[in-house]
Design a binder for this molecule. Sequence first.
Ligand SMILES: [Zn+2]
Length: 66
Amino acid sequence: MATTDDPFDGITERCDDCGLETLHEVSVQIRTESLKNENAEFSREPYRVAECQRCGNRTSQRMNNA
Ligand SMILES: [Zn+2]
């Protein structure tokens, strides 16, 4: 196991709001895009959500880009 200096699961990437590279906390959310619960099984999409630790701006992108 590699050791890490980060206190939490963060990565450094560019934030458009800050205009520079900042630390982001990354998580994965499952979003249901359908309005009907019975169809939710077909419309759940995993999103990668990165929250800028400097300004709090959140960016999300769908992980299934196929
Ligand atoms: Zn930012």
